[in-house]
Design a protein around this ligand. Structure first.
Ligand code: 6R9
Length: 646
C-alpha cells in the first residue's frame, strides 16, 4: 500500500504556495455560499475589463444556458499581451523548443504583441471580421499561438483542428462551422518526420467553397500545392501590414473559439467557449493549480489542437504574464530523455503532461531520467485520463525525486478549465485521485435513476451549478448541447465520466461511462470510427469497443462484418487499419480488427457492446447473460477467434 504520509502537502510547497489548507477551505466555501461576490472579486483581480459587467451570472442548466459577467467588455489578446507590456515587455512570453534539439527561440511579450498585431491586420485585410470563423491547422510553432491571439484580437472565432487529423476530418470541421479562412504551415515536423499540412488543407478545401483565404507559414520550405487566388504566405503578408492593430472590445459572452470533440453519438461536436468566463477560469486555474510565480518557466506538453493546449499553453499562462514553453516534438525523440533534457535546457519549473506519455517513458526505464538534473522542477501535473498509481509513483519518485507535488487535473473540453484538482500547498495527495473540486465547482455523484448519492460511494459524475468556463453551446445545434449534457439528469451538467468519492471527499475518476474511448489521452467516439469503417466497400457492419493497453491506456478493438462475397484476409485488415487512420486520424488506428460473421444483437437489433467489450478484454468469466440475444451462437464464434488473449 502507498504511504499517504509521503504525499502530505510538503513544507516546500506550503512555503511558496498561493494558498494553504485553510485558505482553500475558506475560498471554496465562499465560492459556493456567495458566488456572485466571489466571482466578481476574481474577475477584477485576474482580468482587465474595458467595461464592467452589470450582472455577474445568470444560468438555467435545464436549458443548457449560462452567461457570465453580462454586459462586461474585454479583449482576450489585450489581457494576454498588451497589459503586460509596461512591466514585462522584455520578459519571455513563449519559449519555443523545436523538434530538433538544436532549434529553439525566445519570444518576448513585446515581440508577441507585434506578431499578433501583424497577423490580425492580415486577416482584417482579407475581410475577416468579428464573428467570422477561422480554421487553424497548425504544427506546434509559435505562429499557432499568434494565430489564436490574432483571431481573438479582431473578434474572429478560431477553430483549431489538431494537425494529426485527416483531410476529411479538416473538411468536415471547416464546413460545420463555415470557416472562411485557414491558417496552416507548409509542413509540420514531429519526431524527425515531416507532416504534410498544406497538402492536406488542399484536399480538404476541394469541398469548401467558402474558404477564400489560406495563410501558410513556411516551416520546412517543402514544395506544396498553391492556389494564387486564395493562398498567401505568412511571412510576406505580415511584412506588408502595420505592426499595430487596435483590439476589438468584445462582449463577455461573445464567442472566443470552437473546438471539436468526440461524443458517444454522431459526428464530432463543435464545443463553443465565450470570452470573459473562459479566460477567467483559464488564468485563475493556471495561477492556483500550477501555483505559478512570476519568472517561472512553465511547460505543458499538450498540442494546441486540444483544449489543454488552448487553456494551459496559450490562454491561461499568457493571461498571467507567464513564460510558457511550446514544444514541437515528441517525448521520445531523439530519445526517451528528451523531456528531461528540455527541462534542464530551459530550466523548467512546472511540467504538465499526460499519463500515456509517462507510461511510455516509464517503460524505457529510469536511466534516461537519471541522466538529467531536473533540479529546476518544482511542480508536476497530469491530465487527460486516469493515472494509474504505478505511473503516479514513478512520476513522483523518479521524475520529481519526491520533492514535487503532482496535480492530477480532471476536466474536459466542455469545462474549459480544471474542475477537480489538487492545489499544491493546500491539498494532501493520493496517487490516482484528482482530489477536490476547484473553487465554484460543485460536483456530485448520481445513480442511473438520477438520485444524488451521499458519502463515500461511486456513481456518475455531474456538476450541479454553472461555472464561468462552461460550454455555451454546440456550434449550430443547441439542442444537441441540451440532449448530450443537460438531459440525462435535469438541471445539472452530466460529464460522461464515472467517479468514486472516498471518505475524505476525494474524487477518483474511473473513466467514461458512455461510448467514448480515451486512447493516449485522445477522445475517440466509437460511433465516429464505426461510421468511417462502413464507408469502406468491404465492410458491411462494424462495432468498436475499447480494451486496456499498457501505454495508451485504452486501444481500439474492432469487430467487422464483411460484405457478402468479401474474403477476409490479413491484407484487408491492414488496409482497414490504414483506412481508419486516413478517415479519422492516425491516433484512431485500431489495434485489433476481428472478423465477425455476426455481431451479438438484441432482438430489437441493438448491438450488445457490453459483450463485445468483455470478449475484447478477455474477461470471459463475467460475460453475463447472453440469453436475450437474437442469436446467442455468434458469441461462441467471436470468443473462439478473439485476438487479445492473455
Ligand atoms: C482536458 C481533457 C476529457 C475526458 C474526461 C475524462 C478524461 C481528463 C482526467 C481524465 C481522469 C484526469 N480525463 N482528465 N480522467 N483523470 N485527470 O483531457 O479534455 O480531451 O475533452 O477529455 O478525459 O474521461 O471526460 P478532453
Amino acid at each position: 500500500m502507498y504511504k499517504i504520509d509521503n504525499h502530505k502537502v510538503s513544507d516546500a510547497a506550503r512555503a511558496v504556495s498561493h494558498l494553504d489548507e485553510a485558505g482553500y477551505e475558506r475560498l471554496y466555501r465562499q465560492s459556493l455560499e456567495q458566488p456572485d461576490q466571489f466571482w466578481a472579486e476574481q474577475a477584477e483581480r485576474f482580468l482587465t475589463w474595458e467595461k464592467p459587467w452589470s450582472k455577474v451570472h445568470q444560468s438555467d442548466l435545464s436549458k443548457g444556458e449560462a452567461a457570465w459577467f453580462i454586459d462586461g467588455k474585454l479583449n482576450v489578446s489585450v489581457n494576454c499581451i498588451d497589459r503586460h507590456l509596461a512591466e514585462r515587455g522584455d520578459a519571455t512570453a513563449i519559449i519555443w523548443e523545436g523538434d530538433n534539439p538544436e532549434d529553439d527561440a525566445h519570444i518576448s511579450y513585446r515581440q508577441l504583441h507585434e506578431k499578433v498585431c501583424r497577423l490580425a491586420n492580415v486577416l482584417k485585410a482579407r475581410g475577416i471580421k468579428k464573428g467570422d470563423r477561422v480554421c487553424l491547422y497548425m504544427p506546434m510553432i509559435p505562429e499557432a499561438a499568434y494565430a489564436m491571439l490574432a483571431c481573438a484580437r479582431i473578434g474572429a472565432v478560431h477553430s483549431v483542428v489538431f494537425g494529426g487529423f485527416s483531410p476529411d476530418a479538416v473538411r468536415d470541421r471547416i464546413l460545420d462551422s463555415d470557416c472562411q479562412a485557414v491558417i496552416t504551415a507548409d509542413e509540420g515536423v514531429r519526431g524527425g518526420k515531416a507532416v504534410a499540412l498544406k497538402t492536406s488543407v488542399e484536399k480538404a478545401l476541394k469541398d469548401c467553397p467558402n474558404v477564400h483565404t489560406v495563410v501558410t507559414v513556411r516551416r520546412t520550405g517543402a514544395d506544396i500545392p498553391w492556389n494564387e487566388n486564395r493562398d498567401i504566405w505568412y511571412h510576406e503578408a505580415t511584412a506588408a501590414v502595420s505592426a499595430d492593430c487596435p483590439a476589438e472590445a468584445m462582449d463577455s459572452e461573445d464567442p472566443l473559439f470552437i473546438l471539436y470533440t468526440s461524443g458517444s453519438t454522431g459526428k464530432p461536436k463543435g464545443v463553443l467557449h465565450t470570452t470573459g468566463g473562459y479566460l477567467l477560469m483559464a488564468s485563475m486555474t493556471h495561477h492556483y493549480v500550477f501555483d505559478y510565480h512570476p519568472g517561472e518557466v512553465y511547460w505543458c506538453t499538450a498540442d494546441v489542437g486540444w483544449i489543454t493546449g488552448h487553456s494551459y499553453i496559450v490562454y491561461g499562462p499568457l493571461c498571467n504574464g507567464a513564460t510558457t514553453l511550446l514544444f514541437e516534438g515528441v517525448p521520445t525523440y531523439p530519445d526517451a530523455s528528451r523531456c528531461w533534457q528540455v527541462i534542464d535546457k530551459h530550466q523548467v519549473n512546472i511540467f504538465y503532461t499526460a499519463p500515456t506519455a509517462l507510461r511510455a517513458l516509464m517503460a524505457k526505464g529510469n536511466e534516461p531520467v537519471k541522466s538529467s538534473s531536473r533540479a529546476s522542477l518544482r511542480l508536476l501535473g497530469t491530465v487527460g485520463e486516469p493515472i494509474n498509481p504505478e505511473a503516479w509513483e514513478w512520476y513522483f519518485d523518479v521524475v520529481g525525486e519526491r520533492r514535487c507535488p503532482i496535480v492530477d487535473t480532471w476536466w474536459q473540453t466542455e469545462t474549459g478549465a480544471a474542475m477537480i484538482t489538487p492545489l499544491p500547498g493546500s491539498t494532501d495527495l493520493k496517487p490516482g485521485s484528482a482530489t477536490r473540486p476547484f473553487f465554484g465547482v460543485e460536483p456530485a455523484l448520481y445513480d442511473p435513476e438520477g438520485n444524488e448519492l451521499e458519502g463515500a460511494t461511486s456513481g456518475n459524475l455531474v456538476i450541479k451549478r454553472s461555472w464561468p468556463s462552461q460550454i455555451r453551446t454546440v456550434y449550430g445545434d443547441h439542442q444537441r448541447l441540451v440532449d448530450t449534457y443537460f438531459s440525462t439528469y435535469k438541471g445539472v451538467y452530466f460529464t460522461g465520466d464515472g467517479a468514486r468519492r472516498d471518505e475524505d471527499g476525494y474524487y477518483w475518476i474511473t473513466g467514461r461511462v458512455d461510448d467514448v474511448l480515451n486512447v493516449s489521452g485522445h477522445r475517440i467516439g466509437t460511433a465516429e470510427v464505426e461510421s468511417a469503417l462502413v464507408l469502406h466497400d468491404a465492410v458491411a457492419e462494424a462495432a468498436v469497443v475499447g480494451c486496456p493497453h499498457d501505454i495508451k491506456g485504452q486501444c481500439l478493438y474492432v469487430y467487422v462484418s464483411p460484405m457478402n462475397g468479401v474474403t477476409p484476409s490479413d491484407e484487408l485488415v491492414k488496409e482497414l487499419k490504414s483506412f481508419v487512420a486516413d478517415q479519422v486520424g492516425a491516433f484512431a488506428r485500431p489495434e485489433y480488427i476481428q472478423w465477425a460473421p455476426g455481431l451479438p444483437k438484441t432482438r430489437s437489433g441493438k448491438i450488445m457492446r457490453r459483450i463485445l467489450r468483455k470478449i475484447a478484454c478477455d474477461e470471459l468469466d463475467t460475460l453475463g447473460d447472453t440469453s436475450t440475444l437474437a442469436d446467442p451462437s455468434v458469441v461462441e464464434e467471436l470468443i473462439a477467434n478473439r485476438l487479445n488473449q492473455a
